[in-house]
Ligand binder design. Structure first.
Ligand code: PGA
Length: 255
């Protein structure tokens, strides 16, 4: 069995409703006609687009829709929050958990991420758990400890069966939206570390089957080299996912 190769577009807080629909209507046919290899493309639009994009991609097995976040609670008096079950019922199949912008601007911790992962799994959503070190941590040479702590803090209580539903994304914070990409070797080093942690924590099969994406200034020019590394199974793409041509080129580079 081969790991699923994935290209995910994280639109963040960009694109009003009509603009989001037209971007997705460009992306789906472009990728359908130009990408010949096995690839799962996941779009993470703002919440309000999820239902429409899920309808647009209905019946297309190579595409899925996800949410950028979900609540750690099941339901109730949590104004402004969205439950994983609501997201699922709107047509999404994936959810990002622990994106560095949630950690940075909303104080999200690994423990909270664990709760969100559990709610997502209970609702039938597949979480993409995001981890990555800050610039100071990379400079101080402690990135390995940081990555392992993020893995342990959110994943250690999961069973191997639960873990099999997850995708991981390594996104060094210093590379997000900065135009600074980790070199393929730097990214590979961390991806290999993540995979060996999975083997130790769960088992070899789980480690071998978990797709691990790289994120942080992925673009059409650097994607091929990154995706060519043995433990990099695809990308979580921010800025370049807002342009259909760039995003399609990135998708083409992932095989
Ligand atoms: P970027 O964002 O590609 O714009 O660096 C990646 C992400 O935050 O997922």
């Amino acid at each position: 069995m081969k790991r699923t190769r994935i290209v995910a577009g994280n639109w963040k807080m960009n694109k009003d409703y009509e603009a989001g629909l037209s971007l997705a209507s460009e992306i789906f046919p472009m990728i359908e006609s130009e990408v010949q290899h096995d690839l799962l493309t996941i779009l993470f639009p703002p919440f309000v687009h999820i239902h429409a994009l899920a309808s647009l991609s209905a019946g297309k097995k190579a595409f899925a829709i996800g949410a950028q976040d979900c609540s750690a609670n099941v339901s109730g008096a949590f104004t402004g929050e969205l439950a994983a079950s609501m997201i699922k019922s709107a047509g999404a199949d994936y959810v990002l958990v622990g994106h560095s912008e949630r950690r940075q601007y909303h104080g999200e911790t690994d423990t909270l991420c664990y709760e969100k992962i559990k709610r997502a799994l209970e609702a039938g959503l597949r979480p993409i758990y995001c981890i990555g070190e800050l610039k100071e941590q990379r400079v101080a040479g402690i990135f390995e400890e940081v990555i392992v702590a993020q893995l342990e803090g959110a994943l250690a209580k999961l069973t191997a069966t639960e873990m099999a539903q997850l995708v991981l994304a390594y996104e060094p914070v210093w590379a997000i939206g900065t135009g600074l990409t980790a070199s393929p070797e730097q990214a590979q080093e961390v991806h290999a570390l993540i995979r060996s942690w999975l083997a130790k924590q769960f088992d070899i099969e789980t480690a071998q089957m978990t797709s691990i994406l790289y994120g942080g200034s992925v673009n059409a020019a650097n994607a091929k080299e990154l995706f060519g590394m043995p433990d990099i199974d695809g990308g979580l793409v921010g800025g370049a996912s807002l342009k259909s041509r760039d995003f399609t080129e990135i998708a083409k580079a992932n095989h």
